[in-house]
Design a protein. Structure first.
Length: 415
């Protein structure tokens, strides 16, 4: 009997303390709200000061330009004046009323020109400050939100079943650090719970396999006795079949517990080769039941565990053969690469499967219209193992009822 794998060890204790120290003055805590308020309030104040300074300089320049004389007196008799800036004043003799009117129009014209220049330059200054403010604000927002990006990356790693990852965020004691510490504490609890579950399953499977192996050996020894009564031999065969079913159940539970984790060590595996091996193993059973196996297996290389991927193909092909029609049944197994993903499709004839029963097929110990010991064709873990292994490889499995009966199982894995 092969030695059982060592149960998983408990994860090491964290080197950080998720509990925050209580500050003597809680209102002085640098919360993220206070930091954002000071940051964006300070940016607004600086932008306002710069804008006022630029407007002041532009206004001063406009006043200096307006200090230049609007006209020049070139004669005393008849008030002969000339001006290059005022279109209303021409060289010549002007009456007093005409002169006052021209001066008023000239001042209005100069004032309008100064306001137009001030407005256009202020708009250009505002546009430049807006560009600078947006760039600076974008940089500051990225710096403030960088801890959230770190939390997001850790959450994505954890979503891939890597529960050993931790954020361990340093920095000011604000809401973001509190969130990161709480997340780390939650991950620590989850890792310990999953490790304890795996250790329990491993120990329980080992403890269960040992007496089952002993029972199988004793039954085989008694069945090998040619002088045993027929009734005793029949009872021994029944007990041996029951014992074999129990061994399959224990092995399935152990494989299901192992396949829930992400595959760490990956190697190139050809789905076509895996499917061919599965077909070869089920070929004798299919011939005995009168089920034809067909299909084309095209190369589809994926990165994963070859033993677990072979289990996917074997479980699907076995189910397709066992849950088939009694006459004229067939199973089609194909592999190919579609849209950058490796696809394994197993189709078969069989009984009509209602669409609302599809989700139940992937639950442990669930079968079509039966549960647990309602069938002698398996232990009810085949599709559950397939789904767990597919998820561990970053893929997924879907099932669709066929017209006329049977199912179409489609496993998609990243290349």
């Amino acid at each position: 009997m092969a030695a059982a794998p060592a149960p998983p060890q408990a994860p090491p204790k964290p080197t950080w303390d998720p509990r925050r120290a209580q500050t003597p003055f809680p209102w002085l805590r640098p919360t993220i709200r206070i930091r954002l308020t000071l940051l964006y309030g300070g940016m607004f104040l600086i932008a306002g000061i710069l804008l006022l300074s630029i407007i002041y300089l532009l206004a001063a320049q406009a006043i200096n330009t307006g200090n230049e004389p609007l006209f020049k007196i070139v004669g005393v008799n008849g008030l002969k004046v000339t001006s290059t800036d005022c279109p209303g004043i021409t060289t010549g003799d002007l009456q007093l009323s005409e002169f006052n009117t021209a001066i008023s129009q000239c001042m209005d014209h100069q004032r309008q020109v100064a306001l137009d220049n001030l407005l256009s330059r202020s708009l250009l200054a505002l546009l430049g400050l807006a560009v600078i403010a947006f760039a600076f604000g974008y940089a500051m927002a990225g710096r403030v939100l960088s801890p959230l990006g770190r939390i997001l990356r850790t959450a994505r790693a954890v979503a891939g079943s890597d529960l050993s990852r931790r954020i361990e965020l340093d920095g000011p004691d604000d809401e973001i650090k509190e969130l990161a510490d709480t997340f780390d504490d939650m991950l620590e609890r989850l890792q310990r719970a999953f490790t304890a579950q795996q250790r329990f399953v491993g120990n329980a499977s080992h403890e269960l396999r040992t007496p089952l192996a002993i029972n199988r050996t004793l039954l085989e020894v008694h069945l090998s006795d040619p002088g045993a009564p027929v009734e005793l031999q029949q009872l021994g065969k029944t007990l041996l079949a029951t014992n074999e079913r129990s061994e399959q159940l224990v092995e399935g539970l152990l494989l299901l517990a192992r396949s829930d984790n992400q595959i760490v060590e990956r190697k190139p595996v050809d789905l076509a080769e895996v499917a061919e091996q599965a077909v070869d193993q089920v070929h004798a059973e299919a011939e005995a039941k009168g089920v034809a196996i067909r299909g084309e297996q095209k190369p589809a290389i994926v990165q994963g565990n070859g033993v677990l991927l072979e289990r996917i193909a074997l479980n699907l092909v076995q189910n397709a053969v066992r849950y088939n029609v009694s006459e004229g049944g067939w199973v089609e197994v194909t592999t190919e690469v579609q849209h950058g993903q490796a696809v394994l499709v197993v189709s078969n004839t069989g009984p009509v499967v209602p669409a609302y029963e599809i989700d139940n097929l992937f639950e442990p110990f669930r079968r079509l219209r039966t549960e647990r010991t309602g069938s002698d064709k398996g232990v009810g873990l085949g599709l559950s193992i397939v789904r767990s292994v597919a998820r561990a490889h970053g893929g997924h499995i879907t099932a669709q009822p066929r017209e006329g009966g049977g199912l179409v199982m489609r496993v998609t894995l990243p290349v």
